[in-house]
Design a protein around this ligand. Sequence first.
Ligand SMILES: [Zn+2]
Ligand SMILES: [Zn+2]
Length: 371
Amino acid sequence: MPRDPYEVLGVARDASAQDIKKAFRQLAMELHPDVNAHDPDAEEKFKEAAEANEILSDPERRATYDRYGHEGLRSGGYAPNFEGFGSISDLFNAFFGGASAQGGPAPGGDLAVAIEIELLEAANGATVEVAYEMVDRCEHCHGNGAEPGTPIHTCERCGGAGRRQAVARTPFGQVMRTVACDACGGDGRIATQPCADCRGKGMVMATRTVGVEVPAGIADGQRVRIGGRGSVGGAGAPAGDLYVLIAVREDERFVREGDDLITVLDVPAPLAALGSSMDVPTLSGTASVDVAPGTQPGEIITLRGEGMPRLQRHGHGDLRVVVNVQIPRRLSDEQRSLLQALSATITEDNMRADESMFSRLRRSLHFHHNQ
Ligand SMILES: [Zn+2]
Ligand SMILES: [Zn+2]
């Protein structure tokens, strides 16, 4: 006759579901072969605990057991079945989740480094030298951790596999997982005389430089990944990646909006009225733009293809030239009288817009939005 499940788990008859779960986990922990290797009955005890848990963690089964005992469960069709599991590890995995694929030589860590470039470099693309701290292979021992010329032995703890089974605590309970061997650090081999430079680790902290290829069209806040230039991994494991975070310095002349550039062109009021040809800065130098007669404040002149190159695509954005009509702040006597004479001749017809009030409003809002 099987034992009383309350007795097996060591809980009171009115124990909560939480108490039962906790008691079972506690017991499973104690019976696990990694923790308790010398108890020959551990497997049987674990099966008994698992069965007790199966009965008490199911409210219906628990109620049946409480009223009719094991006989009642059996006549109700319940039959515990923990046979057929190869080992206690399999059993444990069935309850607490499978082993992870971790362990063995650890892959190298990813690294991040930040650089700042000019807008022109972002426009044209650039190669930027960057220095960064990384974990690199020790040059003295070539990464094997042994003083050159001294023997290296197979790790006794893991038998050279570099990994072993262990119980890990997770928010979901105890989980059996494969972890790197702590005796050899996952290499499976141990140096008899550790390397003097790296103290047997096979790796050292080092400052390295790399030429970062910044592609044309990159934007502030984007990053460039350089595969394999992160920290080196353990024996045979891949190196990490280096992520270069790009900051694009602000440019006095341009505001960037996606692939478009925006610049402000100051146009003296008389020239805005008369029309003029003026120079604006571009990425490659200057360009001449036609300011049409009657150009209004906030009007935008678009130079197609004079913006930023599109990242990893063909073509360029546009350069949007926002006209800022400048009103003279100081006037000479002669200028004042000229303006007075002009002002006397101005009629409503001179000022009439060819556009509706709404489109003027929209333009004005757009202008302020871009300021
Ligand atoms: Zn070394
Ligand atoms: Zn080992």
